[in-house]
Design a protein around this ligand. Structure first.
Ligand SMILES: [Zn+2]
Length: 316
């Protein structure tokens, strides 16, 4: 009997051990299921941000550029999922920074990463052309500066607020596209101030910069006008060539801090800008207003002075 009792107790003991081992396996399975669920949730939390950032620009080629850079990084990264997550987190930061730089505030540290230029358009506004340019700059998260004439604004005043709403800048190109080299101080003031009054009545803001028509000015102009005169470092000569390829190549032939002269009434210029922006964007150029360019390069736009080009304060 003692032997039977011993065998029975032994069998019970083995059964108990088997049961315990099964339940601990289940617990481990449950833990791994929980872990993978957590990972899925985390990746779901991260995913909408990626989706949002990559779908943010309205332009498809812009999307392609950003997607391309994301894909490259993913290819370069290791196969460890945790590394991938870190990679994803890293990628969100430049996107947010870029947004800050272009849309809200100027981050001077980003000069090391991007090359800033100001593309300017004289002799508008021309209905249709201005809207198309604003759309193009929006696609590349950029802005431009528009030097308008008063007599043209009278025909389509509504464009001014569209320019400002897009984040671009208005400049003063005199009321009547006047050659300031040929007029006296009183006429010079009237040409500029009458236009500033018109722009202020429509938008509530006054332009910071004056660009003299034909690039013509003299010492009297400088002494008379209490504004900075802004010229250009790259003249596209678009009015002369009327050739899309030539204009595009001139726009592409720039360096950081360049101020580019274009004319918005010229249809070929609009097409050239459409071709140039994606190329420059891919080269690391970003398109800012003149005011932002001065701010980025820490140059004070002083009145009675002429500005042609803003050079970089950093030498690296
Ligand atoms: Zn002009």
């Amino acid at each position: 009997m003692k032997l039977l009792k011993y065998i029975f107790i032994s069998i019970c003991g083995i059964c108990l051990l088997l049961l315990l081992s099964c339940s601990s396996d289940h617990a481990a399975d449950n833990n791994s299921t929980l872990a993978s669920k957590t990972l899925n949730i985390e990746s779901k939390i991260i995913s909408p941000d990626i989706a949002q950032s990559s779908s943010e620009p309205e332009n498809h080629s812009d999307n392609n550029l950003e997607n391309k850079s994301e894909n490259n990084s993913i290819n370069e990264s290791s196969t460890d999922p945790s590394d991938k997550q870190q990679e994803t987190t890293k990628h969100e930061l430049p996107e947010q920074h870029e947004e800050d730089v272009v849309q809200t505030e100027i981050d001077l540290r980003k000069l090391a990463d991007y090359k800033y230029i100001a593309i300017t358009f004289d002799d508008g506004p021309i209905p249709g052309n201005e809207e198309k340019l604003l759309e193009l700059f929006s696609q590349y998260k950029g802005h431009a500066t528009f030097f308008y004439n008063g007599f043209k604004i009278e025909r389509c005043p509504e464009i001014l607020n569209k320019v400002l709403e897009q984040g671009s800048e208005l400049g003063n190109h005199t009321y009547n596209h006047c050659n300031l080299n040929t007029v006296n101080a009183e006429q010079t003031m009237a040409e500029v101030e009458d236009l500033n009054d018109l722009i202020e009545n429509i938008t509530g803001t006054v332009p910071v910069f004056v660009r003299p028509p034909f690039g013509e000015y003299n010492q009297l102009t400088l002494d008379t006008l209490p504004y900075p005169l802004v010229m250009w470092s790259q003249d596209t000569r678009d009015w002369e060539t009327l050739d899309v390829d030539c204009i595009r190549d001139k726009i592409l032939d720039v360096s950081p801090g360049s101020i580019i002269l274009c004319h918005s009434p010229i249809n070929e210029t609009i097409l050239a800008v459409e071709q140039a922006l994606p190329i420059l964007y891919e080269q690391g150029y970003r398109f800012v207003t003149l005011s932002n360019l001065f701010e980025i390069y820490e140059v004070e736009p002083k009145a009675h002075q002429v500005f042609w080009h803003l050079s970089t304060p950093f030498t690296d």
